[in-house]
Write a protein that binds this ligand. Structure first.
Ligand code: ING
Length: 300
């Protein structure tokens, strides 16, 4: 059956003082380790080049100047593309995108083993708030710094598989995966930055991990997908984010997970035949799905 070497490269903390160049060196080290572990594709986190800056109140202009990429690749990220081409490995990279017209998105790209950008995704489900909450221990200002993504949920043929992607909060919404599964996705890759503390109510900390895993496992199974999720985690200037990067099989089972909250690579050889079984039988959309009863889901 068809197999693909799949790796997830979890990033430990990126502090305000860390340069993009120092982060790219860390990403390169993990790209090499992924290749050494038979990976054909490696998943990096959401906003993988800088600290999770939506935790800070600042004007948009300052955020753009300090944390957004004006071009992709740019001078700091070109080494990633060069190394990927040399090694023959594809990758997913999340970053803050400033478009030529000055629009701002929380973006991810799919890069193939020849270092071509084959797909782009802009985060649709933006969590948090746009107003300043001075009494909160930190902010979550994705609704201030980013527009809602305008590219939908796409699926691309790359590295011999049909691959879809999403970003962080998207992974909590079942619609995300179904729209990609309806486009015959076999794998969904994603990055995330998930604060372990909830600023809206006193939520037990363990629920951040349990809801993260439930979301990935249920949606992998219910759509016959392999799901690979890469955290940026640990304490960034004291602000903690969860790790638990995982690779989930179409059975809903976790086949690999990180043990630390630092830079760590996990890898598996994914058998795409497993997903085919579930999509031919249990979740055979053509045979069993009844969209005439689902209209409410797409109503505003
Ligand atoms: N982070 C968090 C996430 O969805 C969050 C925000 C956590 C929202 C838990 C709701 C519940 O994992 C990002 N960046 O979306």
């Amino acid at each position: 059956t068809r197999k693909i070497g799949l790796a997830v490269a979890q990033l430990g903390p990126i502090h305000l003082a860390d340069s993009r160049e120092s982060v790219v060196q860390r990403l390169l080290a993990m790209m090499r380790e992924a290749k050494a572990r038979q990976a054909d594709f490696v998943v990096f986190p959401e906003l993988a080049l800088t600290t999770f800056f939506p935790r800070y109140w600042m004007e948009e202009a300052e955020a753009v100047d300090r944390f957004f990429e004006k071009t992709m690749p740019g001078p700091a990220t070109q080494p990633l593309f060069d190394e990927a081409k040399k090694l023959g490995i594809g990758f997913y990279l999340g970053y803050a995108e400033l478009t030529p017209k000055g629009r701002r998105f929380n973006t991810a790209i799919l890069v193939d083993p020849s270092a071509n950008i084959v797909g782009k995704y802009r985060k649709v489900h933006l969590p948090g708030h746009s107003d300043h909450k001075p009494d909160a221990p930190f902010q979550h200002l994705e609704k201030k710094f980013f527009e809602v993504g305008n590219l939908g949920f796409g699926v691309w043929d790359t590295t011999g598989v049909k691959m879809g992607m999403c970003i962080c909060n998207d992974r909590r919404w079942p619609e995300t995966y179904r729209v990609m599964a309806l486009q015959s996705a076999e794998i969904v890759v994603l990055g995330y930055n998930t604060p372990s503390h909830n600023i809206h109510w006193d939520e037990p900390a363990h629920l951040r991990t349990s809801t993260h895993l439930i979301s990935l496992q249920a949606n992998a199974y219910q759509n016959g997908l392999w799901v690979a999720a890469a955290a940026k985690c640990g304490r960034e200037d004291g602000f903690h984010m969860i790790g638990n990067s995982v690779i989930v099989a179409p059975t809903g089972e976790i086949v690999a997970r990180t043990l630390t909250e630092a830079d760590e690579v996990i890898a598996t050889v994914a058998d795409l035949g497993i997903g085919e079984l579930f999509r031919q039988h249990v979740f055979n959309f053509a045979k069993h799905r009844r969209p005439e009863h689902y209209g409410l889901i797409t109503e505003r």
